[in-house]
Write a protein that binds this ligand. Structure first.
Ligand code: NAI
Length: 343
């Protein structure tokens, strides 16, 4: 009784059991802003993860219905809803990963930076609660402007004496997802094979896809590089305009964030081969204390900021990297200053 690969079926079955036991349903994930456009879909996708045992959904309103709805999916994660500040602590207790998707999204004509005034305060309040109630958790920040909200989170955690640089991430996975999709379409490559590192930040020209480092190796004309780079940088605006006032990317964002949650959980679970691009504290570019680049995810979050994808980049990319530095630095400084001014 052999399987297609010639391995006895019995052995395949045994292996499956072992794999399931190693990682099965051990992790608690809290999603803050879970009733929002990103939050709802992300909650559903995380409910599908076999690595998750408990899924805590927190929002200031409308989250009980989302939790009840998602809880009926017959996957193992236990779902609970938490509404309002009084229930924030309970939503965070024991969390291994906390995803922050709370805050306002863009409308046509807005930049991500226009959201700073509202979202910086929300992120600060939420990470302060993480410091108190889930001090060891990995924190994934989706709320824009990520270039500034991550420094806000880091600074707020520092002030609470609870900052661990390995555990705070700006989620830039959507830039990679978009780059992979656009490059595969443009070059006629099989989607599953394409991997484009995207470095820098998560706004306009601070988003720097490294097409010279795309896998599989593909030749790009100068014109293709310019067009693809611009499309990846403006893809969020493409969605904002198509939604015409009804918000920004939610479904593709949730897909990307779920991929990043799953990667983080695999890292926590001891899988030694998990790499993603993320916006983290870094020394890859010395003048930019936060920078998106490829990181290795492990049992304590960032095991290594790889950064080697920046070696040997094209002249076009090197110029774009130089050009993005002042804007990204200003966004970082703005985030840090915001927290310091609150004291
Ligand atoms: P949304 O308006 O649909 O949902 C936001 C949710 O946050 C709402 O349910 C709201 O009640 C909740 N919220 C507001 N204040 C809160 C607080 N203090 N505590 C807990 N929850 C609170 O917005 P959407 O479309 O889901 O976007 C969420 C955020 O994600 C926005 O800041 C958006 O810019 C960002 N985003 C980031 C992307 C990225 O690539 N990193 C891509 C797409 C969106």
């Amino acid at each position: 009784n052999l399987s297609k690969s010639g391995v006895p079926r019995r052995l395949h079955a045994a292996k499956r059991v072992i794999v399931a036991k190693a990682g099965a349903g051990r992790y608690k994930v809290a999603i803050l802003g879970a009733a929002g456009g990103v939050g709802q879909m992300l909650s559903l996708l995380v409910k599908m993860s076999p690595l998750v045992s408990a899924l805590h959904l927190y929002d200031i309103a409308n989250v009980e219905g989302v939790a009840a709805d998602i809880s009926h999916c017959n996957t193992p994660a236990e779902v609970a809803g938490f509404t309002g500040k009084d229930e924030l602590a309970g939503s965070l207790a024991g969390a291994d990963v906390v995803v922050i998707a709370a805050g306002v999204p863009r409308k046509p004509g807005m930049t991500r930076d226009d959201l700073f005034g509202i979202n910086a305060g929300i992120v600060m309040e939420l990470v302060e609660a993480v410091a108190d109630h889930a001090p060891g958790a990995l924190v994934h920040i989706i709320s824009n402007p990520v270039n500034s909200t991550v420094p806000v989170a880091a600074e707020a955690l520092k002030q609470k004496g609870a900052y661990d640089a390995r555990k705070v991430f700006g989620v830039t996975t959507l830039d990679v997802v978009r780059a992979n999709a656009f490059v595969a379409a443009r070059k006629g490559l099989p989607l599953a094979d394409v991997d484009v590192p995207v470095v820098g930040g998560h706004s306009g020209t601070t988003i720097l896809p490294l097409l010279s480092k795309a896998r599989p190796k593909a030749p790009f004309t100068d014109e293709e590089v310019e067009e693809l780079t611009a499309r990846i940088q403006n893809a969020g605006t493409e969605v904002v305009e198509a939604k015409a006032g009804a918000g920004s990317a939610t479904l593709s964002m949730a897909y990307a964030a779920a991929r990043f949650v799953e990667a983080s959980l695999r890292g926590l679970d001891g899988d030694g081969d998990v790499y993603e691009c993320a916006y983290v504290q870094s020394q890859v570019v010395p003048e930019l204390p936060f920078f998106a680049s490829r990181v290795k995810l492990g049992r304590d979050g960032v095991e290594e900021v790889v950064g080697s994808e920046l070696r040997g980049i094209s002249e076009y990319e090197a110029r774009a990297l130089e050009a993005l530095k002042p804007e990204l630095k200003a966004s970082i400084d703005k985030g840090v200053a915001y927290v310091q001014q609150q004291q």
